[in-house]
Design a binder for this molecule. Sequence first.
Ligand code: GAL
Length: 826
Amino acid sequence: MFRIIQIAVLSVLITLLIPSCSKEENVSIKDLNFNSNWLFLKDSINGETAILNDDTWRKLDLPHDWAIEGSFSNEHNARTGGLPVTGTAWYRKHFTIDEQYKHKIVSVEFDGAMNNAKVWLNGNYIGERPYGYIGFEFNLTPFLKFGQDNVLSVQLSPKDLSARWYPGAGIYRNVRLKINEPTHVPQWGTYITTPVVTKQKAEVHIETKILNSQNKPASILLETSILNSSGTVVSTSEKLITINKKTSHKSKTIATVENPELWDLKTPNLYTAVNKISIDGIIVDEYETTFGIRTIRVTKEDGFTLNGKNIKFQGVCLHHDQGPLGAAINYRAKQRQLQIMKSMGVNALRTSHNPPSPEILKVCDELGIVVIVEAFDEWKLGKVENGYHLYFDKWHEKDLRDMIKRDRNHPSVIMWSIGNEILEQSKKDGWKITKELNDICHDEDPTRPTTVGFNYFPAPFKNNLANYVDVVGMNYWPEEYSNILRDHPDMIVYGSETSSMTSSRGVYHLPIDYDEKHETNHVSSYDVIVGPPWAYAPDIEFDALEKEPRALGEFIWTGFDYLGEPTPYGGRDNSTNGYWNDDWPSRSAYFAPVDLCGFPKDRYYLYQSQWTTEPMVHVLPHWNWEGQEGKNIPVIAYTNCEEVELFVNGKSYGKKIKGKDLTEIPSEYHGFKKGMYKSKYRLSWNVPYQPGSLKVVAYKNGKAITSKEIKTAGTPTNIKLVTDRENINANGVDLAYVTVRVEDKDGNLCPNADTLITFNVDGEGSLAAVGNGDQTSMASFQATNRKAFNGLCLAILKSSKKEGKITISATANGLKSDELKISSKK
Ligand code: GAL
């Protein structure tokens, strides 16, 4: 929902003077990017004062996350990533707005600031917003000095013990300046629904809020057009409206779109509604809203349906960080994360445990991923000393309403989650807040169901909380889905959080000993070792969902490894002292099938084997077991085909049939149910190690259909750079992700290589960050070198605003270097 024109004067020369920005002329885009040229100081001073010498402050562009700049230390809380996420910091921005705008309304919009934001303009306090994940807007007009220097000061003061994961720190989302005519569509001013959809036509209901802040009534013409994804106008309508002085009006338009192109997972078609407001023939505002035409329903008979078709959630929970880039929002980083998720078979996302950035929802709209938008991790009862519970009473209603108003036009959004594992579950009157929040959601958006992620059982059922949401999410209770549905026949249930298994990419501890603790602080990728006491292998969830098809599906914890919560190394059982640093050095989560850099772990393929249909087969472990010649090595295959045959150096070790040949894994979860579970989702062999080739061939209907081969790698000789994109946008924010492989002379990945690689970047771009996915590495993400972790590391390049080539070279002692060129164009 982005505004494109908000000013009246036709082809007037509009001059917005922002020092250090060039003069812009004929500006028609009025959602002015307000990210450039901020000043930053991390100090507890009185940074709000208008007259203050800030010449020496650091100059930077937003979005900015000061904590990711480091450095890691066990002085900081390992639970929040061992990074400096706390303290007081100031951001200041000087700007000038031409006098000709004196009669306009000027406001500033933040998509989120972490956290406890307090804002002043020219020394005048204009407002605050404690919750770091919510967007907010302030009207600057009353204190603005037109034609002169203005200074906007933002104080942030994130406290220690205020998060259970890495929150980032700073103005980490986008900021915009808006210059509106007194009569305009205000922030989040449209609400679009598509209640009637057939093959032939769709009814599009558009509610538009128009604010008339003038001291006289306004007679306006509201013209609404709908454009399809190719920009063709497919519907138009107009209305004459009179709005009283100093008041707002909600106009309802019902438009018809013939032969609608539906928003669906495979064809995420989008439309744009353009609202134009004119007074006396002059356009005073033009407001664009992206939406989709689709129907969603959740019923106990048909489960979740999108456009009438049942869809099972193959979902992931994701925290908001972008690995080595930290929390500073970047559209391409989000797009890549969700593309990787999609390639694993993901069709659903839960924005755990907070309102997402607008960019995440845009990406999900574009990729065809349905989303549960979650509001809170705490209500009145706190999980961490300085968590949201401190602000709940004063802010929860506004935060929740604003979240829904902002996000309700996204076709990808299908449910509102009012909380995660809220401690009120155990309280007799916990249902009261549940009801209140549920009612707020329905009031703002009656078209979507509400949900919550419960982790206690059976408390929320006994205490009635579960009766006050539309869909019951259960965290880590797959064995109870059927019992819940038996005891509460009207309820609808799904796994809002599942598995929480842990692993480190490319690490295999032999023999498999089912012991979670290892002196390296790594967890084996055999994926038999579990995690926290509530964790269990993905196989157990697959099984439960097959046995209980009425459950709507699952959201695994998590899709990507994230910063903070390094369970099981730290954060395991000793939360009592507040700091979870007992197993330092570990600073990021082990939970996901994909590491912090986006490199798949073996578990990625286990999910792929269950969630995708394009024939695939995967084999583990690596095949470099020097010194173990002749000893038996457990070999595991994941496939979505019927049978897999294993070959070592061309010799067959037999075919295994999926569903018939089972693999034993531990079944421990919730600290009880100890024992072994026989998984039909893994095929396994024990084969004597001999160097050479390990190959799996997958069969369907008796025919070999796909295969994968791993070869024993020789000594590392080469660096190989592989980019995810050869052409990027010269906009100063686009990224190229360059995978760095340490290879032998034949191009085999050296699976144990930990070589230090040094980078040099030239041309129209820079090195934005480096990483390697090792949860125990304390090396800075902003260094110019990085050790490989099990053969791989990552360099992230960022474009500048100038077109040209970006060249990255990678060198290491004893290895042949590599170089890569990326084109950056407007
Ligand atoms: C859940 C919680 C998540 C995460 C996870 C780790 O109980 O909701 O935020 O902490 O455990 O297993």
